[in-house]
Design a protein around this ligand. Sequence first.
Ligand code: C2E
Ligand code: CA
Ligand code: CA
Length: 693
Amino acid sequence: MPQHIEDELREQNERFSAAVENMSHGLCMFDADERMIICNGNYINIFCLDAKVIRPGIRFLDILQHSVDIGVASQTAEELYAIRKPYIDQAKPSTYEEILSDGRTIDISHRPLASGGWVSIYEDITVQRRAEQELKEQHRRFDAALANMSQGLLMYDVDGKLIVRNQRFLELFRLDKADFPFGLTHRELLGLLIDRGIYPDDIDVEDEVSRTSASMQAGETRSTYRHLADGRALMIARRPMSGGGWVATFDDVTERRRVEERMTQLAHYDTVTGLPNRSMFRERLDQALGKTKAAPLAILSLDLDRFKAVNDTWGHPAGDWLLKCVAERLQRCLRKDTDIVARFGGDEFVILQSGVRDSADAEKLAKRIVESIAKPFRDRGRDMHVGISVGVAIFPNDGKDAETLLKNADMALYRAKGEGRNLCRFFEPAMDAMVRARHALEIDLETALPRQELDLDFQPIMNIASGEIVGAEALMRWHSRTRGVVVPDEFIPAAEETGLIISFGEWALRKACTAAASWPPGLSIAVNVSAMQLRNGGFARNVISALAFSGVPASRLELEITETVLMDESDTVLKALRQLRELGVRIALDDFGTGYSSLGYLRRFPVDKIKIDRSFTRDISNRHTAAIVRTIIALGAELGIVVTAEGVETEKQLDILRKDGCVEAQGYLIGPPSNAADILRLLKSSAARSHSG
Ligand code: C2E
Ligand code: CA
Ligand code: CA
């Protein structure tokens, strides 16, 4: 071989070796006898082979055996060879992968040589394979996520074409896959939803598209509520993707919105009347007071009178209806934009009146309210009567903070109720002390009965024409250990407020009947009964048991009730009264003339007796008063109702009454209230006198 050719060959060989050595792949060349001709360092490295063993001339099978020996291969040499052999024999290029015992994946590319033998190129593709696997897994997860999302999802590519939409999206819009081909643009999609009547047609498509694309370009998320034509609400969020394009998610928030609205409603408004509740009122009041130069304002604390009776008589639905009507009337009394009325619970309402110049402003409002509520509430032929009492506290005079103002308005309300209802009272500092005193009284009153501090006095009643004593009225007395003798006007209201009147009244009935049992026969015993006792279901039973216990016939018992009892319109009350009347118990209308004196009540319930209030007797020399008294007496005669004049103190008063034809008289002139023993003596002597006379 000529020298230059030899040189050239050698040079070529060297270049080849260098190239082989510098390849990033592993390389190994075999001759037709399957013996290795050459391999590079990468090949040794990939398989972690021993370079001293892998020398030119080594047989392919021995290399395989070596790799098994050093623990690189995951199969036996024979198995590996069996895989390779067909390729070697077929002399065809091929590619396959081998997994090594350490988990790596090696890509092997087999290339036959023209001279027989072959070249193998090896590449460690572990990282690549892992990435592919991960990507595949990601795809799988993405698909699963898409399919299982509770949100509808759309994905647009860089060009703004629809490339992904999940099943939920189609369900949300009740559409078919075919309705939503991939490749749609945002604009086309909006148009389609409007055409289908899914989106309302007042959507400005161009505006929507340009806003969205501006947000996406700025890399910002864009969230909007969309009300569908069918009333559902969607929350749509659009997020730009890092590689361009964007994703839109669609959430059906109809229910959530409803719940949220309901929650705020519940948190701030009363469910029965729809008025703001206590917490909302406090917020507004604090706001008004929190201003740097807070304007004067009035707090009106309101409480319905006789609401309980409505509830007891007509049931809770009627009570709720009434509360709603009261709320409406109250609102009509206010200036809508500046004043607010809230329901604090039960039959309590509170008003915040703004722009109050002086107490006269608040008084005007209170008057309007009292008048408005005093009108009957008519529902399906039923007339419901309630009244309202009002307590007022004014900022800043009566308190600087919400707490104090509300407390003081309540105190004024308490006073209003105590003074006769349907009234408005303003807070006065002295009320604080009064309320404390009242509270102490109530606490003392609780032990009055168990400590046997109650007693009854009896006041005689005379028939004017005959001058005979016909009976006596039982009047309660409280001999308090700490307070001395307390008069009924001082403790009966507190007993009514606390409910103690029920047990007090029951006690009085028994005690009065027991006393009357020893009186001369035929004399009547009158007992005062509070409205609350009558509303209590067991009243008739108590009366019957008191009569049975004492042995006093029903015809001797007279129950004195006030007009308000009849105004309660309660079935319970009227039923009990009727039942007792059928037994022969007489019903007297007490304090006639002081309340509503609506003769309509007499028609609703026929009473046996009317007691003219002592204020009329006191004023009987006045022409007008005399006329009223005469009318009542005439009316009584007409209806067969006995008329009794109370508070007769002078002979002159008695003379007038006698002339007018009044049937009975009661008062200091006839006899003051006296204890059981004294009255017994009086009654006995009077009976004896009339017998002998
Ligand atoms: P009332 O039913 O109108 O009782 C008559 C009141 O007038 C009694 O007052 C009596 O002492 C008083 N009085 C009698 N004659 C005269 C008179 O000539 N001049 C004047 N100025 N007053 C006279 P009292 O005993 O202080 O009772 C006050 C109210 O307390 C009673 O008014 C009645 O509404 C209530 N009361 C008394 N006892 C009971 C009771 O057992 N149960 C209930 N629920 N209320 C009662
Ligand atoms: Ca009475
Ligand atoms: Ca009376």
